[in-house]
Design a protein around this ligand. Structure first.
Ligand SMILES: Nc1nc2c(c(=O)[nH]1)N[C@H]1C(S)=C(S)[C@@H](COP(=O)(O)O)O[C@H]1N2
Ligand SMILES: [Mo]
Length: 239
C-alpha cells in the first residue's frame, strides 16, 4: 500500500518536472540546433526510464496465453536478414560471466539443461509495430543470478550475443519471475534464427530487449546500453 502511494507521489512529481522540461526545451530555436534537440530528447528518454522503473511492479505478471493462441509460423527479426543468421556450435558454446558475480566459471549447454526449467506462453512485442505469441522454456534468470553469486543490489545485467548484438536490463526486471534464459522455443531447442543456443526471454519488455544467441552475461553498476538503445531507443522499454 505505502509502496503504491510512493509510486503515485513520484509519478506526480516526475510529471510536473517533465512538463517544466517540455516548456523549457521545446522552444523553436533550440530545436533548430540538432545537438540541443538531441540532448533534449535523450534527457526526456532518460527521465522516461526513471519513471518506468519507478512504476515497474516486480510482482505484476505479463499476460500468458493458451497453446491455441501461439503464432504460427513464428516471426523472425534481427538487424540483418534471415539468410545472414550465424550458426553457433552448441558443442563448444559457453556462456561467459563477468562483473559482480562470485562464481565466474563458464556455463555449457549441459550445465544449463541440468538447471531448473520453466515454460511460458507469452507475447513478444516489437517496436516496429508487430506482436507474436510464442512458447519459451528455460532457466529462470533469478535462479541463475543467485546461483552465480550475483550482487543483486547492482543496477544492471548486460548481455552480449554471437552476432555482435548486445543489450542490458535493470536488476528488478532481471529478477522478475517471468524473466528466463530460454533454451527452448515452441517445445524444442531454439533454432539458430530464434537464438540458439540461449536467449533472454523477458515478456515485460519490448522485443529488442530479448537478445538471442547469448555468449556473455555481466552484472554491473556501469550503464551498459545496447545495440538499439545506443541509437536512441528508450532503454527501459517495458511492454
Ligand atoms: N542477437 C540478436 N538478438 C536480437 C536481435 C538481433 O538483431 N540480434 N533483434 C531483437 C529484436 S529487435 C526483436 S523484435 C527480437 C525478435 O525475436 P524473434 O526473432 O524471436 O521474433 O529479437 C531481439 N534480439
Ligand atoms: Mo524488435
Amino acid at each position: 500500500m505505502s509502496r503504491e502511494i510512493d509510486r503515485r507521489a513520484l509519478l506526480g512529481r516526475a510529471l510536473a518536472l517533465g512538463a517544466t522540461g517540455l516548456l523549457g526545451g521545446c522552444d523553436y530555436d533550440n530545436l533548430q540546433h540538432p545537438d540541443l534537440a538531441d540532448r533534449f530528447l535523450r534527457a526526456m528518454s532518460s527521465w522516461n526510464d526513471r519513471v518506468q522503473a519507478a512504476l515497474f511492479n516486480p510482482h505484476t505478471l505479463a499476460p500468458t496465453f493458451p497453446a491455441s493462441a501461439i503464432t504460427r509460423p513464428p516471426r523472425f527479426n534481427a538487424y540483418y536478414d534471415r539468410d545472414q543468421v550465424r550458426v553457433v556450435d552448441g558443442a563448444t558454446w559457453k556462456l561467459e560471466l563477468s562483473g559482480l558475480v562470485t562464481e565466474r566459471r563458464v556455463w555449457t549447454l549441459a550445465d544449463l539443461r541440468a538447471a531448473p526449467q520453466q515454460s511460458q506462453i507469452t507475447r513478444l512485442v516489437c517496436v516496429e509495430g508487430w506482436r507474436v505469441i510464442g512458447q519459451w522454456g528455460g532457466v529462470p534468470l533469478q535462479w541463475f543470478l543467485r546461483r552465480i553469486g550475483a550482487d543483486t543490489r547492482a543496477r544492471y545485467v548486460s548481455f552480449r550475443c554471437a552476432d555482435g548484438y548486445y543489450s542490458s536490463i535493470d536488476m528488478e526486471s532481471a529478477l522478475h519471475p517471468q524473466t528466463i534464459l530460454a533454451l527452448d522455443f515452441l517445445g524444442k531447442p531454439l533454432t539458430p534464427a530464434f537464438g540458439f543456443p540461449l536467449r533472454l526471454r523477458i515478456p515485460t519488455k519490448l522485443g529488442f530487449k530479448n537478445p538471442k544467441s547469448l555468449v556473455a552475461l555481466g552484472v554491473t553498476n556501469v550503464y551498459p546500453g545496447g545495440y538499439w538503445e545506443d541509437q536512441g531507443y528508450n532503454w527501459f522499454s517495458g511492454s
